[in-house]
Design a protein around this ligand. Sequence first.
Ligand SMILES: NC(=O)c1ccc[n+]([C@@H]2O[C@H](COP(=O)([O-])OP(=O)(O)OC[C@H]3O[C@@H](n4cnc5c(N)ncnc54)[C@H](O)[C@@H]3O)[C@@H](O)[C@H]2O)c1
Length: 331
Amino acid sequence: MKIFITGGAGYIGSYVAYLLRNQDYEIAIFDNLENGHRWALKDSRFYFGDLRNFNQILDAIYDFKPDAIMHFAAYIKVEESVNDPYKYYENNVLGSLNLIKAALLNKVKYFIFSSTAAVYGIPKNIPVSENETCMPINPYGQSKLMVENILKDISKSSFLKFGILRYFNVAGADVKAKLGQANKKPTHLITRVLRAALGKIPYIEIYGTDYPTKDGTCIRDYIHIKDLAQAHIDVLNYIKEEDKSDIFNVGYGKGYSVKEIIDIAKKITKIDFPVKVGKRRKGDPPILIANAEKLKKLTNWEPKYNKIETIIEDAWEWEKYLNSNPTLFEY
Ligand SMILES: NC(=O)c1ccc[n+]([C@@H]2O[C@H](COP(=O)([O-])OP(=O)(O)OC[C@H]3O[C@@H](n4cnc5c(N)ncnc54)[C@H](O)[C@@H]3O)[C@@H](O)[C@H]2O)c1
């Protein structure tokens, strides 16, 4: 089966590409390398291009003739999306529309889309199931929900079948595969905590200690990149075998507070890095935990790397690897 991967030079797309190749799929990557890395492509077939340019994406899909698309390319920073919403709607929505149009013109039947728990906004029910009302509270989440809705409407009026994966907090890496997150200004807690441990940032700031949680800090559901990546393949198999579209949460159903993550990271790194308490950020839900029973029930997906220590240990190995390879990455 031939799979076309947008954003395959980025953190998640590159690992899914690696896994697909290990499982004998034929793949091609499309990326503008704005936030991705050439080394993350390994020696995959590569189309350099930008989704906002319709002809570039159309030509690549026409040339590769995939059976399925996995669409990772997007801007991903919540705060930036609040300050520059146009940038987010243009890249995430217009870019997706161009991709979907190119898919339809080339009769690509299966479409896997990277969505996010940010589509729920501040959910009423925890753990959050896929049936929760979606009310995003920032342009990033809104842009992802718009694409979900576009896919739903288009699949009703065409041959297209989609699998939407709503990821919770993705973390971890695979040092053996030499793949992990390599973002210059990461917003992800675990990456930031480990960069603080390495002294790459002066301290880690906790955004609010007055939330209605056990220790006052926000609680999140962290999923290992290895399990997240496999979920894409399992969902693709499901929509293909069942010949239907569906939406899945991807998380473990277990939450850790910011303080707990910091404490575990201090134990693993054996470094007592500085921590500062700051104010709440706008729009952070106190608790976000996935109900991922649907994914487990309907597909072959089973979590394998779901110990928080494994996630942080693997992320730590990766940060040390990046730190010792300045040709790969400059902070
Ligand atoms: N990282 C997370 O915790 C998380 C959580 C929920 C959802 N997601 C979703 O997962 C997807 C991948 O996230 P990531 O963490 O790998 O991000 P990333 O920034 O590492 O990767 C995104 C890739 O897309 C490319 N790209 C962006 N815009 C493009 C365009 N117009 N044309 C071509 N290429 C373009 C970038 O160069 C980059 O290589 C995103 O859609 C994101 O919304 C991520």
